[in-house]
Design a protein around this ligand. Structure first.
Ligand code: NAG
Ligand code: NAG
Length: 288
């Protein structure tokens, strides 16, 4: 959720490589949305790995990726191209948003933009409902007016805050988002799975007419658990999301060898430190 160092270094490396090998660029984001989302095309990546590893993982059932503050992986070795969804992190990262806007000018508008990253967490976008609505109306509504689909501000627990935000957006600005976007972190036991399910269902009840994207989902470090327990949770949660017609996309928070911070467990990770895939990744890429 939270950093960008090696990601940017990786992008620089791969961009240089592309210039010398003539590898193809990612196509514009409309390609996937034109194909439509089905249970087998929901899965994506919250990118936090070395970009040189993209060709290893951007295949199978993986169809899209996002980064909470960074730009697209410029090249995936010409072997594979999956949709990139830009994110507007929030007002405190305006320079990153300027970079995204420069990319829009250069590459054309994306099909989707993810809104604020965790308005309900103080170290993240951290906004009350009026601020969140005002920010959304100012920074994102102009893209919605041009046909880009925009998600809700992303939350990680506070459904009530999101409801208040929706209500202000509607009453003061006459606006509504296209997709409700949420994160979730918790334990790996069956009680946690039940709690995850009830959270998703609560979000659906709050916004019954909007599809849901679960853009970060993972087990916390604090909850402990073994690798087997985390993998079991992962499989059960993803299978359950697959079964829901109203959940259009999911990105498990594990696209790294080292977690961006200590909040999410390292047991969520898709990569070994040498860039090879771990069992969780193979399951996510190839098993429905
Ligand atoms: C993306 O869109 C831009 C602007 O519409 C266009 O110039 C560019 O060629 C497109 N890129 C690809 C890879 O289709
Ligand atoms: C990469 O690391 C994994 C896990 O430590 C190991 O099993 C695998 O053999 C390594 N692969 C290579 C090519 O070194």
């Amino acid at each position: 959720m939270r950093f960008s160092g090696s990601f940017l270094a990786g992008v620089a490396t791969i961009t240089a490589a592309a210039l010398s090998t003539g590898a193809t660029l990612l196509p514009n984001a409309t390609s996937l949305s034109e194909r439509g989302t089905t249970s087998s095309t929901k899965r994506g990546l919250a990118w936090a790995a070395d970009s040189r590893w993209a060709p290893t993982i951007a295949k199978g059932m993986i169809n899209w990726y996002w980064h909470w503050e960074d730009g697209p992986l410029t090249v995936l070795n010409g072997q594979v191209a999956i949709e990139y969804v830009p994110c507007y992190w929030g007002p405190r990262k305006s320079s990153q948003w300027s970079q995204r806007k420069a990319e829009f000018s250069k590459n054309g508008l994306p099909a989707y933009i993810l809104a604020q990253n965790e308005i309900d967490v103080s170290s993240q976008a951290n906004q009350g409902a009026s601020d969140a609505a005002a920010t959304w109306a100012k920074s994102l509504a102009p893209y919605q007016a041009q046909g880009v689909k925009i998600t809700s501000p992303q939350i990680v627990w506070n459904v009530k805050l999101l409801q208040e935000t929706a209500s202000i957006l509607k009453s003061q600005y006459g606006l509504e988002w296209d997709v409700t976007a949420i994160h979730w972190y918790g334990g790996s036991d069956s009680k946690s799975l039940a709690s995850f399910k009830s959270y998703v269902q609560k979000v659906r009840s709050a916004f019954p007419n909007k599809p849901i994207w679960v853009t970060e989902l993972g087990v916390t470090t604090a909850s402990g658990g073994t690798q087997d327990q985390v993998k079991t949770f992962h499989m059960n949660a993803i299978r359950w999301l697959n079964s829901l017609g109203y959940v259009d996309r999911v990105s498990w928070f594990g696209c790294f060898a080292t977690p961006p911070d200590n909040y999410g467990s390292k047991l969520n990770r898709f990569f070994n430190s040498n860039g090879s895939l771990r069992g969780l990744a193979y399951w996510y890429m190839y098993t429905s």
